[in-house]
Design a protein around this ligand. Structure first.
Ligand SMILES: [Zn+2]
Length: 337
């Protein structure tokens, strides 16, 4: 009888060991789960850019072959006779409710971001598209165009811009130098970037530049400019967007205002320049024609000798590009909240 008991006990031990062994072999599912996590976490990097922008570009006048690899698309436009706009904006700082502006932008989320906001893998099939317009061009175009869709008022298609009081550098040259650095900075952060122009000798009106951003379906449209003033002591950066009562595109006022505030804050933080304010105006045809969030960045005053000299250096231009890119990061992070 004892023997049977021993045998029974032995059999139970064996079967218990077998169960434990089987259990120990189970981790397989976990391993495969962690493998797939790694795979999907890599997807964001590889799938980010291309597609969405390419799709958008296809809509743009069937000119997709004419888009050079660098994203420039001026060659794709129906060139008729173009260009002015935004003559140097010199708003009366006092007339704008500056206090209100600053209070408001202080309230905007100053979110510190990773270099590039990487969304969840499943939402990552659409990259954030930034369109950059280097303001002006080698030769202005004084022909007129309506200041907005259906407007009776018209403005020159594109102004030749200002020039450095000390360096003599034309504004269109400076805006292109900074825009090219900004393009690199944003691409390095994973953004899809489309350049309105990569050369000075183009003929693009302000309305046409806006249409490029519209057709591309830009998430952000950055119009890069430099300022000029009678008072050579005036210096610092400002950004510009429409008013909330803009007759053409008031629906994108909130985004444009947020974008303008984010870019101004981070531009000032990166360069240490003086902060002016976000100027809201409905006089800019290049803004009025927009159907996407837009801001004009007035990087500084070319009429101020020191600021003019500073803006002409590659080092300061890199700071400007970094600051604007930080502002775009902050805007993208807060717009989705
Ligand atoms: Zn300008």
């Amino acid at each position: 009888m004892k023997k049977w008991c021993y045998l029974l006990a032995f059999a139970m031990v064996i079967s218990l060991t077998a169960c434990t062994g089987a259990a120990k072999n189970e981790p397989l599912p976990e391993q495969s789960a962690s493998v797939s996590t790694e795979v999907s976490s890599q997807e964001p990097e590889t799938s980010v850019p291309q597609e969405s922008a390419e799709e958008s570009l296809l809509e743009l006048d069937s000119a997709e072959e004419s888009f050079p690899a660098d994203g420039s698309i001026e060659a794709a436009l129906p060139v008729e006779s173009e260009p002015e706009e935004e003559t140097e904006p010199l708003p009366d700082p006092e007339t704008e409710s500056q206090a209100e502006e600053e209070t408001e932008s202080d309230l905007e989320p100053n979110i510190e971001l990773e270099p590039k906001p990487q969304p969840e893998p499943e939402t990552n099939d659409k990259a954030v598209l930034v369109v950059i317009d280097a303001g002006h061009q080698a030769y202005g175009n004084s022909e007129k165009e309506p200041i907005g869709p259906g407007a009776s008022e018209s403005k020159a298609k594109v102004a030749s811009g200002t020039s450095g009081c000390s360096t003599g550098m034309p504004e269109y040259e400076l805006t292109l130098q900074v825009s090219l650095k900004l393009q690199e900075e944003l691409k390095g952060r994973g953004y899809q970037v489309l350049m309105v122009r990569t050369e000075n000798d183009v003929n693009l009106s302000n309305a046409e530049r806006a249409e490029i951003a519209n057709h591309a379906g830009a998430d952000v449209f950055l119009r890069i400019h430099a300022n000029g003033a009678e008072d050579s002591a005036r210096q610092g950066a400002m950004t510009i967007c429409q008013t909330k009562n803009n007759p053409y595109n008031s629906s994108i006022y909130p985004q444009s205002k947020l974008l303008s505030a984010c870019v101004l804050d981070d531009l000032v933080a990166a360069t240490g320049c003086e902060k002016e304010f976000v100027w809201e105006t409905d006089t800019m045809s290049g803004i009025n024609w927009c159907q996407v969030p837009v801001t004009i960045v007035e990087m500084g005053y070319m009429s101020n000798p020191e600021e003019d000299e500073r803006m002409a250096t590659a080092e300061y231009q890199r700071k400007i590009a970094e600051g604007i890119a930080n502002g775009v990061d902050a805007y993208i992070a807060s717009r989705t909240n």
